[in-house]
Unconditional design. Sequence first.
Length: 605
Amino acid sequence: MNFTQRSWLQWLTLFGWIAIGTIIRFINLDAKPPWSDEFATLVFSLGNSFRTVPLDRAIALDTLLQPLQPRPSASFGDVFHNLMTESTHPPVYFLLNHLWLQLFPPDEGLVSLWAARAFSAILGVAAIPAIFGLCWLAFRSRLVGQIAAAMMAVSPYGIYQAQEPRHYTLAILVIIASLACLVVATRCLENRKPIPIWLVFTWVGTNTLGIAVHYFFTLTLCAEAIVLLAVVWKQFKIHNSQFPESTVRAGFGRRFIDISVNMLAKLAPTTSRLIAVAAGTTAGGLIWLPFLQSIPDNQMTDWIYRGNPFGSILESTARFLAWMISMLWLLPVEGVSQPIALVCGVIIVAFLFWTLPILISGWKIQLWRSRSRSGTQVVGGFVLVAIALFSIVTYALGADLSIASRYHFVYFPALIAIVSAALAICWDSNRLVQHTELNWTPRQQLRLKFLQTRGKVAVVLIWLLGLLGALTVVFNFGYQKIERPDRLVPIMQQGSQNPILIATAHYTRAQVRELMTLGWQFKHLYGSQVNSPLFLLAQHDRSSNRSVETLYKTIAELPKPLDLWVVNFTSARHDLEEGNNQICVPDSQRRAKVNGYRAKLFHCQ
């Protein structure tokens, strides 16, 4: 049976990958508690604001979670206004999510977490046929498309992004569309044909949409621009080598001018429309410049600049590699004992070294084949340039993008595509070895025979490890939430016999979201009970001890006995431990550390 010529089998196989990807992305979709960034999406998508949460006084659980209550009167204008004045993100995903959430009833009076995550999961599923189309177009091979769809269906990184109500899955879809436009444009350049008008408008619209989904999409545009410049320079060199010998004798200056004029004349229809794409994209991006300038200095992104990547260059590099590897496969490294995590890490690294020769050989053969050379150069070049840009931003500009895995969505679909192109050669190596009319050189035959020893079994093993990685994510043994309220809240309940006050210092709205993670967990574990905790957000002032004074004042006003939990409130914790407040004494019991929280219990009598 000739797999590549059975269209019905192609579609059936693609639907199979879509089904697998859908099932995995919806497993345990709402089992994990939301973390603070997810609350940002939920609140702004509802058209609500974090400013409604009172500061400097003890508030009840329902008051803390009030921004998560859907409002029938909320409009697009509310979503846009609150997002532009309180956040650092463009609005498209939030506006779409606003419409989506209106289709679902509230869950215990609050927005449905399952519904919010389902929207992102659906967009993640849509990336499976999208990557199939991109690879079919770029490499002119449905086999590459099928392998890419299979890899995307089980990608641990892709599933992690799809199971959070964030804008990254929509950005991934837009990147795939923009890369498809890039592939078509480069082919027009290589064939010296004008770019179709429909492609100009499609590409500009796609790029404008991408910027309106996430500002990091500009890194995608920069990488595409560099790839295009490389293609133009390549065409210049080809044209230079084909220029008549008589012109060479005319002197360097005359030769350079004649070559340039002749080449520009031939490439003018293509380059002029590329310039139109660049101008249209720039205009679409400049729309958001006033909104970027109007964002207050709220320290919302300072955490990216806190680290010194040069001081921990090995650590930053290791994180880069970890995020890239997890786009393909993963094993349990979180929520398990340290020996198990270490063994899994060793297996992942060993499998990487076993896989690299396969991928390198596959890439080289794709570059040798005229049918797939252009797509391999464009997509592979995009991946390399994007990673280089991330490195420049991290090491030259001091913004450590290796800290957050979610930012690496910029090159995620292209990495899946280029890996799938290499695996397609491994899958098809038996047929290629027997294809004598291709006139393989001895070096090429050697690489093909190496891949033939790996064959389809290697591709299946790589995919199965990806499937294990997918299950690792959905069952919470990898890509765990940065904050774990599901672990801290039970500790609070077990350690406290008296009414609880949970206090933190308020620097930005990030601290409101941190307390919301605890409030959400209390509500879903114990309901709205009479003894539900109180919460305090004490405003921090750099020039005074205002936040600690507010805490002491609040404690004095509340009935005793009282159990005080200070969470991510370093100044108050140190002050209380030094005995500056005679009412509260620290609890003597040692408790396990919990990701995302520095918590300490004090008993106030």
